[in-house]
Design a protein around this ligand. Structure first.
Ligand code: PMT
Length: 394
């Protein structure tokens, strides 16, 4: 199952370290090439010799080896397809979440650009600690996969949440991650993000609270899965894929139109202003002394999503819209799906403060033109992005 895959097993200093010996055997039985790195404290719980025998590879602990032409942490990071940190102590979680690199394992994690799975295990009080939870949220938001610990009887004698999740769960997640990782290789995916900025004069504009986080999470995830990504965005970002910076709905319409023919899938996560000022003053408009009111005449912006759906002659490219509603979410979303003519519509409730606009989290329902729908519970936008791409891929 894992033939040809390079798995880097990273063990930190917790009692659950002994269980990882069996995980290494599971990976080996599935024909993976396994390398192991440990923090020095992990070796209080398992021996280097055991890990070396099981993985059939040298075990890395020291960061600075004079025999290597390349720094150790870089060669480990380059070779592996996935890094599995299990058990992950509160200490190592804290270091990784804050960019601290004070041993081989944390330095590799910092340099690693491929998927990292983290399986925490610790005392229940430590797991509930606010700082630990903050670090876990930080890692989730940065795209790390956290395999939550289980509740039960802990080695320290306490009863609670903190026990390493099952080895089967770690194994299956490794398999799933490696299988889905490059599913989108060769696909051209265009994603829009952010709120459009519609000028009124040289210093004022109409816009909305979109931060671009949802669209950027989708673009990052598609890129990680091998797609050629173009992000058309109103937000300044530096990415290893193509970023086309736009301001207005008309700019966005032009950018989407230019790439349309070469694109396999378009995802419109941007919050496009429906109206713009009819006349944009090329100076700062002055406050006048007559009356308390002024009117700005607005004209309709192009409906980019509707336009691209009408433009395609076959079902290519696949088109996914978003739907931002503050009431009657599903009813309005169903109507919008038909009106716009897209293949999928991702509905989110923008009246809630804990999801949607600007939040790091979202909760969405994926509606398909076939009438199917799938509800994704509240999760980090990075997780929601993964699930949306997964559903579309299926
Ligand atoms: O950016 P974040 O802070 O992370 O917030 C994410 C989000 C809430 C902006 C995102 O999840 C979202 O809901 N995006 C769509 C916002 C929106 O404009 O929804 P809508 O229901 O008004 O429009 C429906 C669809 O038509 C959208 O895909 C939109 O991009 C598209 N549209 C809308 C108007 C227009 N003139 N042209 C369009 O193409």
């Amino acid at each position: 199952m894992l033939s040809g895959k390079n798995i880097l097993v990273a063990i930190t200093g917790g009692i659950a370290a002994y269980k990882i010996c069996e995980l290494i055997r599971m990976y080996k039985r599935a024909n993976a090439n396994v390398r192991v790195v440990c923090t020095p404290s992990a070796l209080h719980f398992v021996t280097k010799l055991t890990l070396q025998n099981l993985s059939q590879n040298e075990v890395g602990v020291e960061e600075f080896s004079p025999e290597q032409y390349k720094p150790e942490h870089i060669s480990y990071a380059d070779e592996a397809d996935i890094m599995v940190i299990a058990p992950a102590t509160a200490n190592t979680i804290g270091k990784i979440a804050n960019g601290i690199c004070d041993n081989l394992l944390t330095s590799i994690a910092c340099a690693f650009t491929k998927p990292i799975l983290i399986a925490p295990a610790m005392n229940c009080g430590m797991w509930d600690n606010n700082f630990v939870q903050e670090n876990i949220s930080k890692l989730k938001n940065a795209g790390f996969t956290i395999l939550e610990p289980e509740s039960g009887f802990l080695a320290c004698g306490y009863e609670g949440k903190g026990r390493l999740c099952s080895l089967e769960e770690i194994f299956n997640k490794t398999l799933e991650t490696l299988q889905t990782q490059k599913k989108l290789t060769g696909k051209n995916i265009l994603i829009t993000a952010g709120g459009t900025i519609e000028p009124i004069d040289t210093v004022r504009y109409i816009s909305n609270y979109s931060s671009g986080k949802m669209g950027i999470a989708l673009a990052d995830c598609a890129y990680k899965q091998g797609a050629n990504v173009e992000l058309v965005t109103t937000v300044d970002v530096e990415k290893p894929y193509t970023v086309t910076k736009v301001k207005t709905a008309q700019d966005m319409q032009k950018a989407v139109g230019q790439s349309f023919a070469q694109t396999d899938c378009i995802i419109m996560a941007a919050a496009v202003a429906d109206y713009r000022a009819k006349n944009v003053a090329n100076y700062k408009m002055k406050k006048t002394d007559d009356g308390n009111e002024i009117s700005i005449e607005l004209v309709k912006n192009p409906d980019i999503l509707k336009e691209i759906c009408q433009k395609r002659t076959t079902s290519h490219p696949l088109i996914v819209g978003f739907c931002a509603e503050s009431e009657n979410l599903l009813k309005n979303a169903k109507e919008k799906l038909v009106k716009k003519g897209c293949d999928y519509l991702i509905a989110n409730d923008i009246s809630r403060k804990d999801i949607g606009f600007s939040s790091d989290y979202n909760e969405v329902t994926i509606l398909s033109k076939n009438g199917d729908f799938k509800k994704l519970p509240r999760a980090a936008k990075t997780e929601i992005a993964k699930s949306i791409l997964e559903a579309i891929y299926e």
